[in-house]
Structures are given as structure tokens and as C-alpha cells.
Design a protein around this ligand. Structure first.
Ligand code: PLP
Length: 284
């Protein structure tokens, strides 16, 4: 679950209105144990996850939720509707931060909740939207609609770039691990192959030497910008543990990249020079 959504539960009144359990959803038995027909109203799924890029089985989890009479909602922000279509495999609702790939140019803040036409959720959601005032401004809607026109071509290009970046990072001696389902060695590879039409463009890698080494790598980058957010034309990198703060479970050496639409070789070259620097510094 995206850290910000977890913060809404932990730190605002939303969380005080219901009980909440977090489980590693790669383990379907753990999901079954957490979901009970008496108590569970909603199961929240996010895949691939942030920042560990783990892939979970949407269809299997929806089935477990439905057997217990609960709703299943998928945060599909990272996969986008181009790569993954949760409503078709059983989800009751899909959520997107349209700030990311749908807007696509890092100049919009918006969100989308999608339910099937026939869903009884449609009316109450509309009521919440109109009566509680979470209505996007006309210009933001215009930007979202313009972004949608190029979404499928952008996402394909993002994915091709990410694959090249992941492969280059995986062979670098200063990189402990690359977390990306497009790599055949990734534990999520087979499931992602089944569930997604491509592997996405978000990846994380763990730099040998921990947080200081990772920060130094991020600081040397010239093409890839240091910033949170994702899904825009520019490649962005962030040190996730610093962004999330003291409660973060992200490994200290982890850097997360949103692979943008620059020439993939430019991104690879930039990462290689930044990692090379770490290598030299460590040897000095
Ligand atoms: C998976 C996921 N869901 C939701 C959000 C929240 O999006 P917004 O910033 O548009 O509120 C983010 C933001 O990073 C995200 O990565």
C-alpha cells in the first residue's frame, strides 16, 4: 500500500472508523487468514507495490475478498489501465492517481475512481464527490483528458526504457539488487507476465553501502532528477526511506526510479556515471 494511504489510515480520522490489518499479499494464505466474513468490508490491493515493486495476484485476492462478502479495490496507478485491467479480473473498483501516468507531464494533481456501470458503488461515490467537494478544476480535467490521448504510446515507451535501465543496473557491481518484474530473475516475473501486458516503468535498486552510498549516487545524477512523484516525461529518482521518514520500511540503500521518456541510453549513461562515482569513491 502506498505510504500516503497508510498515513491516511494511521494519522487521520479515517483510520479511527474501522480496524485495519496489513498483510504481505504475495502470501495468499495470509490474505485468507486476514479476511473474515464477519469483519472485512474492503480489501485494498496495490500492484506493483511501492517501493519494493512486488507483484500480487489481483484475481486470486478478489476471489478471497468476494468469498468473504468484501469488496476488492485496486490502486492501479503504477500499472496504468494500459498494462493492467483489474475490473476485468474481479475488482469492484479501481483507483488511479491521475497525477502520475494519466496526466503524464507532472503538471496535474487529480485522482480517479472507476467502477463498472452496473455497480451499486457508483451513486454513493458520486454523492461523496459532489457533496464533499472533491471535484477537479476544469483546467485539470482538460490536462487529464489530453494526457489520456497519448497514454498508451507513452506507457509503452516508458516500459521499454525501464527494461533497458533495469538490465543495465542489474549488471553493475555497485548494485546489490534490482527490483523490477521485467527481469526474469525477479520473483514477480511470471505473475506479472500473466497479469500485465508489460512490466511497468517503476523500478527500485539497492546500492551497496547503504543510505549514504545511495544518496551519493542520486546526488551525482545529471539527467535523472531527484524528486518524488512519478509517471511524467522526466525520469525521477528518490531515496524512499528519506521521503517516508522514521516509519519507513524501505531499505537504506534503496533508490526508486520512475523511468521517463528521455532516450533510454541517456538514462543508462547517467546512472552508470553516477554509480561509477560511488565505485571510485569507495576505492579511494
Ligand atoms: C500508488 C499510488 N497511489 C496513490 C498515490 C497518491 O497520489 P496523489 O499524489 O495524486 O494524491 C501515489 C503517489 O505517489 C501512488 O504512488
Amino acid at each position: 500500500m502506498y505510504f500516503g494511504i497508510r498515513s491516511l489510515i494511521d494519522e487521520t480520522d479515517i483510520g479511527s472508523r474501522f480496524d485495519f490489518a496489513a498483510v504481505d499479499m504475495r502470501d495468499l494464505d495470509a490474505v485468507r487468514a486476514a479476511v473474515t466474513s464477519k469483519r472485512t468490508g474492503l480489501v485494498w490491493v496495490e500492484t506493483p507495490s511501492n517501493p519494493m515493486i512486488r507483484v500480487v495476484d489481483i484475481s486470486a485476492i478478489c476471489k478471497i475478498a468476494h468469498e468473504a462478502g468484501a469488496l476488492a479495490v485496486v490502486d492501479n496507478t503504477w500499472a496504468t489501465p494500459v498494462l493492467q485491467r483489474p475490473l476485468e479480473v474481479g475488482a469492484d473498483a479501481v483507483m488511479h492517481s491521475a497525477t502520475k501516468y494519466i496526466g503524464g507531464h507532472s503538471d496535474l494533481m487529480a485522482g480517479v475512481v472507476i467502477v463498472p456501470h452496473s455497480s451499486p458503488l457508483g451513486r454513493p461515490l458520486r454523492m461523496v464527490q459532489s457533496h464533499k467537494g472533491s471535484v477537479a478544476a476544469p483546467f485539470d480535467c482538460w490536462l487529464a483528458l489530453r494526457g489520456l490521448q497519448t497514454l498508451s504510446v507513452r506507457v509503452r515507451a516508458h516500459c521499454e526504457g525501464a527494461q533497458k535501465v533495469a538490465e543495465a543496473l542489474a549488471s553493475h557491481p555497485r548494485v546489490e539488487k534490482v527490483l523490477f518484474p521485467g527481469l526474469q530473475t525477479d520473483p514477480g516475473h511470471d505473475l506479472a507476465k500473466r497479469q500485465m501486458s508489460h512490466y511497468g516503468a517503476m523500478l527500485s535498486f539497492i546500492v551497496k553501502g547503504g543510505a549514504d552510498a545511495a544518496m551519493a549516487v542520486a546526488g551525482r545524477l545529471e539527467v535523472v532528477a531527484r524528486a518524488t512523484s512519478l509517471g511524467g516525461t522526466h525520469s525521477l529518482i528518490e531515496h524512499r526511506a528519506s521521503v517516508e521518514g522514521a516509519k519507513s520500511k524501505a531499505p537504506g540503500g534503496l533508490l526508486r526510479i520512475s523511468v521517463g521518456l528521455e532516450h533510454p541510453q541517456d538514462i543508462v549513461d547517467d546512472l552508470m556515471q553516477a554509480l561509477g562515482g560511488t565505485f571510485k569513491a569507495a576505492a579511494e
